[in-house]
Design a protein around this ligand. Sequence first.
Ligand code: GAL
Ligand code: CA
Length: 346
Amino acid sequence: MNAKKIRISCILFLLCICFLCGCEKQQSAAKNKLYVGITYYNQSDTFLSQLNICIREQLDQLENDDFEIIIAVRDAAGSQRTQDDQVKELIDAGCNILFVNLVDRTDPSEIIDIAKENNVPIIFFNREPVAEDMMRWDGLYYVGADAKQSGTLQGELAVDAILADSRIDRNKDGKIQYVVLEGEPGHQDAIIRTESAVNTLKDNGIQLEKLGYGIANWNRAQAQNRMMQIIGQHQNEIELVLANNDDMALGAIDAYKKLNYTESALPLFFGIDGTDVGLQAVTDSELAGTVYNDKEGQAAAMAKLAVAIISGDGLEEIEFQNEKYIYLPYFKVTIDNVDDFTNTES
Ligand code: GAL
Ligand code: CA
């Protein structure tokens, strides 16, 4: 009788232990789950489609036995309304962190409100919200790159090329006739890149004459159209094309090809991003240079930050600017070092 009681007590005791362990295991599993909801302003954007691959790779690398990572990706296809709804849907689905590439960088209010209400932190990326919005909650972060630096580096690439080859001033008037192709109006990487590239040329004593500009929204086909119009007005007077990104520089090159211009009548083209197609054009000497937009670095910073926020571990090691911003540096790319960048791609 006593032995039976002891046996039953032992079984009950073991059952209790199993139950408690089970709970603990479940709790720690819940704690170590990173459920990332990502929404892009437009997934057909060349640079962002490549950044998306890097973000997935970085998150996959951080997954281990203690840390489960689930990723849900949405494309807002140019509509802020759609993106607001996507954020609601992702939070309802259980996301505990959001990576938001805003459609309209001046209009994140609805997204911030709902994230704050549900205590789901946001890492904005690539399209920088204005400072006042970033101050609205301490669960908001930004990962990107310094727009001014990219323009300055593009300007320096152009200065070096112009000083190295007097044939670039084709009409020998001592000035460089140039055209600018710009990204979306209001985007930090459009206004600031143009300004800092042009100022860098001027500061280095290059005399400039602006022949025209076109807004082409980062898009290759739009850039080709705009450039065809500008060539129509100025024929072979254009000596330099500064594009806010590689796709638009490539669109400008497409325009000259379509019009069958000979190589000696072509201007110099500069882009920014170092996308696969951009780097290939540098290798082929079609693009005189580009500025590498460090997608691997940005993706790694986002993944690391997300893990630190959710696990509560390692946040103090991250070097922020103004407590919530992380900016990765840009790099100059020419034919001389393009291999260093294409090799990291594989
Ligand atoms: C820029 C990039 C562009 C475009 C844009 C979208 O940083 O250079 O190519 O992707 O972001 O926001
Ligand atoms: Ca000239």
